[in-house]
Design a protein around this ligand. Sequence first.
Ligand code: ADP
Ligand code: MG
Ligand code: MG
Length: 258
Amino acid sequence: MSTLKVTDLHVSVTDEEEKTEREILKGVDLTINTGETHAIMGPNGTGKSTLSETIMGNPNYIVTQGDVTIDGESILGKPVDERARLGLFLAMQYPAEIKGITNAEFMRAAINSRRADDDQISIRSFLKELDKNIKTLNMTEEMTERYLNEGFSGGEKKRNEILQLMMIKPKFAILDEIDSGLDIDALQVVAQGVNEMASPDFGTLMITHYQRLLNYIHPDQVHVMMDGRIVKTGDASLAEELEEKGYAGLRDELGIDA
Ligand code: ADP
Ligand code: MG
Ligand code: MG
């Protein structure tokens, strides 16, 4: 078993115009073991993407206090590619388009960069695996030959993030609003892909705005984030409770100022 642990994490961003630092995360604690599925829900602008970008190592996010560890070892000093080699994967809320590298080339490079020199994936097994996963996700082969995310619709980008996830097989995946912009059919397909990943060697953190995704991917724990803090943790029923009360209702219940 592996453990991704976030302890008392405080993160600031720099306001370019005012040249000031603003604290976004105000002490986040979270422990995810392989084999577990966690969900973070919360209103817009509370720091969910900040948390995922910080865990993955985006240098725009300044850690002022606390730690992020994998199996007890801090990863905060490590660049993104090293974190990836340690088993982290982030499906970004807004995946970037990259010209000059095809989707398939990107995935093969991503897989091989995580493997030892004498253990590189053969083209044959790569293509076999790709073919299988494309079918699961109802994608076309043609999409893998296009430049990364270029000309993909919002929904295709989200599917493509899950294709990468299935090909790369990380230890921990953070899925940031993987459900946004998906119709119900696409949502089911994406959920099936994520569910196929389930194993004792894989842990997921799903970030979502809506309870809907959790009808298809069942979390062991649900965390609610508000204003840079996790204010409540519970089982899957917390998501339903939230759907009924709304974030405002929970705010009242917990006595948090709006
Ligand atoms: P969420 O994902 O919960 O909607 P975000 O983490 O994206 O929230 O944003 C939280 C706050 O941090 C927002 O006020 C947002 O404007 C600010 N923020 C996030 N990233 C940056 C950045 N790179 N530079 C400046 N401000 C940022
Ligand atoms: Mg947002
Ligand atoms: Mg976000």
